[in-house]
Design a binder for this molecule. Structure first.
Ligand code: PLP
Length: 406
């Protein structure tokens, strides 16, 4: 049973007030709050178990290494990876995608080669590819979304041409909540011999993920959205692609041997991890993923589906609110603008006065904003601890904002 009251009690911040009102935290798409078990793991990591990893022969170093490395196995289980060697630690999705851009794509792509993207990508899955466009003449091919915000997998597959070297798509839009059938994209891309990178930043938080069933080549996640510490994360990279990759950053840990004239690389995944990592952050991420798996990703998804349905009904009842995207299978993420010219920032300020945290702006998705014909929106993004009562609080506050601006 999904015991929401008990789950909420696991997150200490949810009992605080903001501006004299109970906090209604609807900014989960940006970053999620942390359960006490994660806070405790981080505190314990520094207070009792801290030392650098991998290099020491002393007790604390071995303890920290064991805990840090055990997160690799936890991530592998969370993503159903075939092996934990396919898990490369990163500071988050942004670093993971940049890693692929530098270490896999840059050495391989020639001027005129193409990368296929959807128009609803986050900047983290756009700008690393722009670097290749600027530096080496790679062409970015954009696939549109339809009026509901859906991305047709066949349109992505059809965009793959003879010069396409990579497809890079999100599994869930951070603005519209649209869920993309990335498995269908991977099937079509594989037939054409083109690897697929999936941005799992949003989707991995809200649904069970199985990288083997998806059939992708790269799958990036970010810890702070997964109720873990900021600065934690990973990218799953298939063995086949790892074998094609150069190292990313150079430094300690990623080498086997260094002389004055030569250097040889460590085996993956260490080959792609240089320097002292976010030790305690990754340990905290392991605890967060265990927490999520304890609740059950399918249970979390079911709870959030009911929140989505309730919120969709209530928001659709506000005929002066323009909600962007209405994909049937979307996640519980709602972006909207208000008729009457209230700017998204003004709406968010009014909501903040009522204790409600939402995000306002372009959501790091400017090409999508242009596609939608808007300059900014407000976004309410729900998480595993949100309630239907909080949807009601949001709707009342929006009604108040509308009265003020009408
Ligand atoms: N991709 C998507 C879809 C996102 O929503 C985000 C974060 O908002 C990112 C990538 C970047 O994640 P991070 O900033 O944690 O690296």
């Amino acid at each position: 049973m999904y015991d929401l009251a008990k789950i909420r009690a696991d997150f200490p911040i949810l009992s605080r007030q903001v501006n004299g009102k109970p906090l209604v935290y609807l900014d989960n798409g940006a970053s999620a709050q942390k359960p006490q078990v994660v806070i405790d793991a981080v505190t314990r990591g520094y207070a009792e178990e801290y030392a650098n990893v991998h290099r020491g022969l002393h007790y604390l170093s071995n303890l920290a290494t064991e805990k840090y490395e055990s997160t690799r196995g936890t991530i592998a289980r969370f993503l159903n990876a075939a092996s934990e060697e396919e898990i490369v630690f990163t500071t988050g999705t942004t670093e993971g995608i940049n890693l692929v851009s530098y270490a896999w794509a840059a050495p391989r792509l020639q001027p005129g080669d193409e990368i296929v993207l959807s128009v609803m990508e986050h900047h983290a899955n756009i700008v690393p590819w722009h670097f290749l466009r600027e530096r080496q003449g790679v062409v970015l091919k954009w696939v549109e979304v339809d009026g509901n915000g859906d991305l047709d997998p066949q349109a992505v597959i059809d965009a793959i041409g003879p010069r396409t070297k990579l497809v890079a798509v999100t599994q869930m839009s951070n603005v519209l909540g649209t869920v993309v059938d990335v498995a269908a994209i991977c099937r079509g891309a594989r037939e054409k011999g083109v690897p697929v990178l999936v941005d799992g930043s949003q989707s991995s938080v809200h649904m069970p993920v199985d990288v083997q069933a998806i059939g992708c080549d790269f799958y990036a996640i970010t810890g702070h959205k997964l109720y873990g510490p900021s600065g934690s994360g990973a990218i799953w990279i298939s063995r086949e692609r790892q074998a094609e990759m150069r190292p990313f950053l150079g430094g300690g840990d990623m080498i086997r041997e260094v002389t004055r004239d030569t250097v040889t690389w460590n085996d993956p995944p260490m080959k792609f991890e240089a320097g002292t990592p976010g030790i305690v952050q990754q340990i905290g991420l392991g605890v967060a993923l265990d927490y999520l798996m304890g609740l059950g990703m399918a249970n979390i998804a079911a709870h959030e589906r009911s929140l989505r349905d309730y919120a969709r009904d209530r928001l659709q009842g506000l005929n002066w609110l323009n909600v962007q995207g209405n994909s049937a299978g979307k996640g519980a993420i709602f972006s909207f603008t208000m008729q009457g010219a209230a700017h998204a920032h003004d709406i968010s300020t009014i909501l903040d006065k009522r204790g409600i945290a939402v995000r306002a702006g372009t959501h790091c998705a400017m090409p999508l904003m242009t596609h939608l014909g808007i300059t900014a929106s407000c976004r309410a993004s729900f998480g595993l601890y949100n309630t239907v009562e909080e949807v009601d609080v949001l709707v009342s506050a929006l009604e108040l904002a509308h009265e003020l601006f009408a």
